[in-house]
Design a protein around this ligand. Structure first.
Ligand code: ASP
Length: 352
């Protein structure tokens, strides 16, 4: 029976040492060549980013709402430092932001898909026990954007003209008060939970895909109350399309349209304080040079006078501290999870 001999096999058989050395050397050469090719293409890739292809920012809430607003303003301010690239917004709304977050966690990590979301990044890991993503390991943290206070607002038809009258109206209405929110884990949901617990009143909560549709229903009188970011409520308060009953900070706000609204604290809800924040994220595994370019562009945007003016006009404060650094951003979100975790667990409110 003839033995099958691989080409060159005998040669290697006769000189086993030479065989393994030669193999090792050729393997080493091959891997060196591969490494060089990878480095070259990686370098090129990073240098070329953005290469003219549009960047998509996923917003996990409805278009026209406060998170959407922040993302659109930020996109505008980040374009210039990113060589004028187009940035499109993808509203992947629903389930208190978890649908959009999951979409970005699974996206190609090349810098062309990003996420702008708010405090939900820290509340949903506690509120949803079956998330398909991990907030710590599935994202690259790119830096924080702003801190935003909230306002308690009511439908224009409400007879109550101040917080005292609102309290009386709520207690007379029994459980028949409809309170809108943007789904479990949203800022409006958190604020609403806190409000009900402070008042010891149970309300009927009405979830939406974001507070843009919620505020539209509030103005139309389909729901009674909403707690929402000033970035969504300022212009409606100014236009008197909704009634403002309080701000959720301990000090009154300085934004002209909001400065006369009492704090809920001064109206009797002692220490009632809800300030939320937004941050920028990329899928885990996005190359470091791309992350650096994005973080640099974010830092430029956060110093852009036009961006700052827009945000301040809506009651928001643009981040100007160490939380613009990715590591500090991540630390901050982890500390927020630690802060909300026990409160949510004690309340026993879970989405699933
Ligand atoms: N304001 C919403 C919330 O309550 C989010 C949004 O619609 O942007 O979390």
């Amino acid at each position: 029976m003839g033995r099958r001999v691989r080409p060159g096999g005998r040669f290697f058989f006769l000189f086993p040492a030479l065989r393994s050395d030669t193999l090792n050397a050729s393997r080493k050469l091959k891997s060196l060549a591969l490494m060089a090719a990878a480095t070259a293409s990686f370098g090129l890739h990073a240098q070329a980013f953005p290469d003219g292809k549009p960047i998509t920012i996923v917003v996990p809430f409805a278009a026209g709402g406060p998170t959407d607003r922040v993302a659109r303003d930020l996109a505008e301010a980040m374009r210039k430092p990113l060589d004028g690239v187009s940035i499109v917004i993808d509203n992947a709304a629903g389930a208190g932001s978890t649908i959009g977050n999951a979409k970005v966690a699974r996206a190609k990590p090349d810098g062309y898909t990003l996420l702008v979301t708010h405090v939900g990044m820290a509340t949903t890991p506690v509120l949803y026990r079956k998330l398909t993503y991990n907030y710590e390991t599935d994202f690259e943290y790119l830096g924080m954007i702003n801190d935003v206070p909230m306002t308690l607002i009511g439908k224009p038809q409400l007879e109550a003209n101040n917080f005292k009258e609102l309290r009386e109206w709520i207690s007379k209405a029994g459980g028949k008060v409809n309170l809108g929110n943007a789904g479990i884990g949203s800022a409006s949901h958190l604020c609403g939970l806190l409000f009900q617990s402070e008042l010891k009143a149970e309300m009927t909560t009405v979830p939406y895909k974001g507070t843009a549709p919620a505020i539209a229903d509030l103005m139309g009188g389909q729901i009674d109350l909403l707690c929402d970011q000033t970035t969504n409520t300022t212009s409606q308060i100014e236009a008197k399309k909704v009634k403002a009953y309080g701000v959720t900070t301990l000090k009154r706000l300085s934004t002209p349209a909001l400065k006369d609204i009492p704090t809920l604290d001064e109206s009797g809800l002692k220490n009632f304080q809800v300030t939320i924040w937004h941050g920028l994220y990329a899928p885990k595994g996005t190359p470091a040079p791309v992350l650096k370019k994005l973080n640099d562009a974010l830092k430029v945007a956060l110093k852009d006078p036009e961006f700052i003016k827009k945000q301040e006009g809506l009651g928001a404060v643009v981040v100007a501290d160490k939380r613009v650094e990715p590591a500090e951003h991540k630390k901050f979100v982890q500390s927020e999870v630690a802060r909300f975790g026990p409160v949510i667990k004690a309340a026993g409110v879970y989405a699933d």
